[in-house]
Design a binder for this molecule. Structure first.
Ligand SMILES: Cc1cc2nc3c(=O)[nH]c(=O)nc-3n(C[C@H](O)[C@H](O)[C@H](O)COP(=O)(O)OP(=O)(O)OC[C@H]3O[C@@H](n4cnc5c(N)ncnc54)[C@H](O)[C@@H]3O)c2cc1C
Length: 385
């Protein structure tokens, strides 16, 4: 049976990408989004070559490149001394080594660019302001105007479509929280390098900083242990003491910078135990709905984009049940490996005391191309079917 119409729940990165990729293969879709309009919520995203290669095939990379920053490198620095620990070259090195660029931008820019491309496709219909509470076929049929052949749950960490899948596991709080901060570039201190992604590593915490050319800010994400603020992406920080406490042993200049930021936002970090992604019949989860990953490997959006593209290829070539089963079998090992890499980074980034000194020494001795070689399996990946 060839697929004619797909219902996609969620117009995040995964949902919009899969709609676009399906349209490229002649498959129509209705994208159902709860938000009345796609707003500016969020902060920075890193897009690595495994994702930008796909965005290029979908025809949206050029638009992103005109507004994003292509950092020269990712530099690891000490959060207590500000000294450099290690560096992975990006920029032209990334283009040559991984055959695609590495860029950083505001999440809203990526979402808007994908949305413009989806809106230009006759085969895609976007329905906003429509929350799905009960994910029945009847509900989708009423919105799509016909029974969809396949339902794609691209509805993020707190997915409702998951209810259609026996054995799908709910996301669980990882024990870590992120404080998201945007600082106007002219107010950012000079130790924040304007052409790099910097990860400052400190005791039981780390801080990632990079400029956002598209918004004129420096994006700061500080990650440490914390309490779950509950569902949602954008919690105001009521208790600043928790933030100051988490970074109390850090360099005074970093502490002063954090203390001076007016409106840090809280972002709970979720992860997913291994569970089912599909009902082996007509419903499949992708992106954070299937496998929320913590941002320690900076691969959340990239995994959503890889999922979306490979699922569209599978649906264009196989009957729905075969396609979604084969998709889950193919994607799970890769996503699991990315999760493990994130867990490893979390350990390395957050060690303290003598272990941290040992880490710094080992990393300092490694030449940049060797550190880059560790990332080949992530960035070289070619999504295909
Ligand atoms: C508001 C927001 C801000 C974010 N900010 C950042 C950030 O600053 N940095 C970062 O690295 N990552 C951020 N993320 C996460 C990042 O976008 C995702 O991890 C990654 O892109 C995977 O995307 P996704 O499409 O799977 O899920 P998401 O990006 O979470 O998209 C899911 C979409 O589904 C919609 N949805 C959910 N439930 C329903 C329902 N029942 N009915 C209809 N629609 C529904 C949501 O409104 C959302 O648009 C943010 C996500 C969101 C939603």
């Amino acid at each position: 049976m060839s697929i004619e119409h797909v219902a996609i729940i969620g117009a995040g990165v995964a949902g919009l990408t899969v709609a676009l990729a399906l349209a490229q293969r002649g498959i129509a879709s209705t994208v159902i989004e709860q938000a009345a309009e796609l707003t500016e919520v969020g902060a920075g995203l890193q897009l690595s070559p495994n994702a930008t290669r796909i965005l290029d095939r979908l025809g949206v990379l050029r638009a992103l490149q005109s507004v994003w920053l292509e950092p020269e490198s990712i530099r690891l620095r000490s959060g207590t001394r500000l000294s450099s620990i290690a560096e992975v070259p990006l920029g032209s090195f990334a283009r040559e080594r991984w055959q695609a660029p590495y860029g950083v931008l505001h999440r809203a820019t990526l979402q808007k660019t994908l949305l413009a491309a989806v809106s230009a496709q006759q085969l895609c219909r976007l329905v906003t302001g429509q929350r799905i509470d009960s994910p029945s076929m009847e509900a989708f049929e009423a919105i799509c105007g016909r029974a969809p052949d396949v339902v794609i749950g691209a509805d993020g960490v707190w997915s409702v479509v998951r209810q259609r899948i026996a054995g799908a596991e709910p996301a669980r709080f990882s024990g870590n929280i992120a404080w998201r901060m945007l600082l106007p570039q002219e107010e950012a201190p000079d130790f924040i390098e304007r052409d790099k992604v910097t990860a400052f590593l400190g005791p039981a915490s780390h801080l990632v900083a990079y400029p956002l050319k598209d918004s004129g800010h420096v994006n700061l994400v500080a990650i440490a242990h914390g309490r779950d603020p509950g569902k949602g992406w954008d919690h105001g920080v009521v208790n600043r003491t928790e933030l100051s406490h988490a970074f109390r042993a850090w360099h005074p200049r970093i502490r002063a910078m954090i203390d001076g930021i007016e409106q840090p936002r809280l972002w709970p970090l979720y992860e997913m135990p291994e569970g089912a992604w599909s009902n082996s019949r007509d419903t499949i989860l992708i992106g954070d709905a299937a496998h929320a990953v913590t941002p320690f490997a900076a691969q959340g959006a990239a995994m959503a984009i890889e999922d979306a593209y490979e699922l569209a290829l599978a649906l264009a070539m196989q009957a729905p049940a075969d396609a979604i089963r084969a998709f889950a079998t193919k994607r799970k090992p890769r996503v699991k490996k990315i999760g493990k890499r994130g867990a490893f980074n979390r350990f390395v980034y957050h060690v303290r005391g003598p272990l941290a000194l040992g880490r710094n020494l080992v990393l300092k001795l490694r030449p940049p191309h060797e550190v880059a070689a560790d990332l080949d399996w992530i960035y070289e990946y070619r999504a295909e079917w």
